[in-house]
Design a binder for this molecule. Structure first.
Ligand code: FES
Length: 486
C-alpha cells in the first residue's frame, strides 16, 4: 500500500519552499496523484535530503520570522485538546498497523505449515518448487530493501509533523496551507496569505462559516454566534473558532479585492517609527473584536486630529491585528505634522477601507519583479510579504528607486535577501534620468514575457516604466500598477 503525502507537508519535509516543489512537478520529474506525492516517488526524487539536519532550516525560519515581523510560535505546540486528539489518532494508526503486522505474521505461519503439509506427499519437482517459494519468502522477509531506513525516517518525521500541524485544502480554489501551534483555521489561512471570507474574527458575525468536507476539527475558541440547525446539519463550522485535528478539506470562498467590504474602525497607535525627516512608519493595532480585512497592496483612509489622507498599507494581512502605514512628511499638512510631532503610543486613529485593486495575482506561478519608486515601497512591501507567504513565485526581484526619503528600509530588504534563496534586492540611487535607469533595468531581463511586474509610484513614473517593460516583451496583462505619492 503506498504512503501518500500532501504537497505542503512534503515541502516542509524536504525543507524547500513550495515553488521549488511546484517547479519539479511542472517539469514532470515528480509525479503527483490528486495533489499528493507517493513516498517512494519522493525518496527517488530527493535521495540526497538530510532528513535529520534541520539546523539550516531553523536558521532561515528564524530570519524569516524576524524579517516578516511574524509572531514566533511559543514552541509551536497545539492546544492540549487538539494535541490529545492527534495523539489518539496516531495511537489508532499505530494499533491498526500493529494489528495488520500480526495478521501478516499469522498468514506467514499458516503458509509455512501449508508448505510442510503439501511437501509430505510431493513429487521431487513440487518439493523443489515449494522449497524455492519458502526460501524466497524467508529471504525477502529477513532482508529490508536498501531505502527502508530512509523511508522509515521520512515516515517518522511526517508523523511528527502531523502531530504538530495539520494540512488544509480549500475547495474549489485549491489553496493549501498548514495550521500550526494554537492557530485557528482562519489565523493560519491569513498567515499563509489565503484571503478567506471573514468578518469579526472572534466568533460573533458568522461570516467565516465554511463547510467541512472531510477531516476532523475541534473548537479552540469560544464563540457567541448561534449556528442554525440547517447549517450544523450541512457540516458548517466557524473558521475563527476551530482548529483541525487532522488533514481537512473545507468548502470556503476565497475573496478578491472587490468582494472585501469597506470597514470603519478605530485603531490604537503602537508606535511611530521616524526613519528620517521625510518618512515615518505608523504602527497600529486594531481592536481584538475588529480586525481589518484587506489584501496586500490595498490602501486605507486615515483620519488623525482633523487631518485626513489615503495611504497604501505597508503590512501584510498575515500580520494579524498589526497594521503598518508609511507616511511621507508634508509640512503644513495636519495629518503628517501630527504623525511627525505629536502622535504617541495609545492614541486613536480612525481608519476606513480598504480601497484599490493593486493586489497579487495569487494563481500565477510566474517569476515576479517588484518595482518601487520612492514611497511606492509601502504597497510593494505588503505585496512582497504576501508573495512570500504564498511561496509560489519562482523568483522575486525587488527594484527600489530612491527619492528624497532615501531607501529608508534598506536593511529590511537585505534581510529578506538573507532569508530567502529566491529573493533578490536591487536598490537604485535617486536619479534625474529615470529613462536611462529603466532602460538598464529591463536589459537584465531578456525573457520578460515570462514575468509578472508589480510597480508602485507616481502616474508619470509608472507610465514610463510600463513603456519600457512592455516595449521589451512583458505581456501588457502581466503589468500591475499602483499609483502612490501623487
Ligand atoms: S469571523 Fe466573525 S464569526 Fe468568524
Amino acid at each position: 500500500m503506498s504512503h501518500l503525502l500532501p504537497l505542503s507537508r512534503v515541502a516542509k519535509l524536504i525543507n524547500q519552499p513550495r515553488h521549488k516543489l511546484q517547479e519539479v512537478i511542472r517539469s514532470g520529474l515528480l509525479a503527483t496523484f490528486d495533489g499528493m506525492v507517493e513516498l517512494e516517488e519522493l525518496l527517488r526524487m530527493f535521495p540526497e535530503v538530510k532528513w535529520d539536519d534541520d539546523a539550516e532550516f531553523r536558521r532561515v525560519q528564524e530570519i524569516k520570522d524576524k524579517a516578516f515581523a511574524k509572531r514566533v510560535y511559543e514552541g509551536v505546540l497545539p492546544g492540549k485538546d487538539v494535541l490529545a486528539a492527534r495523539l489518539t489518532e496516531l495511537g489508532d494508526e499505530y494499533a491498526a498497523a500493529r494489528t495488520l503486522l500480526l495478521h501478516y505474521g499469522n498468514v506467514m505461519t499458516w503458509l509455512d505449515e501449508k508448505i510442510d503439509e503439501f511437501d509430505e506427499d510431493a513429487s521431487p519437482e513440487t518439493h523443489h518448487a515449494l522449497h524455492s517459494v519458502r526460501a524466497f519468502l524467508l529471504r525477502n522477509l529477513a532482508e529490508m530493501p536498501p531505502d527502508a531506513l530512509l523511508a522509515q525516517t521520512t515516515i517518522a518525521q511526517e508523523r511528527i509533523l502531523k502531530v504538530m500541524s495539520a494540512h488544509v485544502t480549500i475547495q474549489p480554489s485549491g489553496h493549501e496551507f498548514i495550521v500550526e501551534g494554537n492557530d485557528t483555521l482562519l489565523d493560519a489561512a491569513l498567515r499563509n496569505g489565503v484571503s478567506l471570507n471573514y468578518g469579526c474574527s472572534n466568533g460573533n458575525c458568522g461570516e467565516c462559516k465554511a463547510r467541512l468536507v472531510s477531516g476532523e476539527v475541534k473548537k479552540v475558541r469560544a464563540y457567541d454566534y448561534v449556528m442554525k440547525q440547517v447549517d450544523k446539519d450541512a457540516g458548517m463550522i466557524l473558521m475563527c473558532a476551530y482548529a483541525p485535528v487532522n488533514d481537512v478539506v473545507l468548502d470556503a470562498s476565497v475573496e478578491d479585492a472587490n468582494a472585501i467590504p469597506v470597514q470603519r474602525l478605530n485603531a490604537k497607535v503602537k508606535s511611530v517609527e521616524i526613519f528620517n525627516p521625510q518618512m515615518a512608519a505608523l504602527h497600529l493595532l486594531t481592536p481584538r473584536s475588529q480586525r481589518l480585512r484587506y489584501l496586500g497592496g490595498q490602501s486605507i483612509d486615515v483620519s488623525i486630529d482633523g487631518g485626513h489622507g489615503r495611504y497604501a498599507i505597508a503590512s501584510c494581512p498575515c500580520e494579524d491585528r498589526n497594521i503598518e502605514l508609511q507616511i511621507p512628511h508634508r509640512p503644513g499638512d495636519v495629518l503628517t505634522d501630527a504623525v511627525f510631532t505629536a502622535l504617541k503610543a495609545g492614541d486613536t486613529v480612525a481608519l476606513e477601507g480598504p480601497f484599490g485593486e493593486f493586489v497579487l495575482d495569487e494563481d500565477s506561478p510566474r517569476p515576479v519583479i517588484f518595482l518601487a519608486f520612492g514611497v511606492g515601497f509601502a504597497p510593494i512591501k505588503s505585496l512582497v510579504q504576501h508573495a512570500m507567504s504564498l511561496e509560489l513565485a519562482e523568483s522575486i526581484d525587488l527594484h527600489w528607486v530612491a527619492d528624497e526619503a532615501g531607501l529608508y528600509q534598506d536593511n529590511l530588504c537585505r534581510t529578506w535577501t538573507d532569508a530567502l534563496d529566491n529573493f533578490n534586492y536591487l536598490p537604485h540611487a535617486m536619479t534625474d534620468d529615470l529613462d536611462a535607469l529603466l532602460k538598464s533595468i529591463v536589459l537584465d531581463y531578456p525573457d520578460l514575457q515570462r514575468f509578472d511586474v508589480y510597480a508602485a509610484g507616481s502616474a508619470e513614473q509608472l507610465e514610463l516604466a510600463r513603456l519600457h517593460f512592455v516595449g521589451e516583451g512583458l505581456h501588457d496583462a502581466r503589468w500591475f500598477a499602483g499609483v502612490t505619492g501623487d
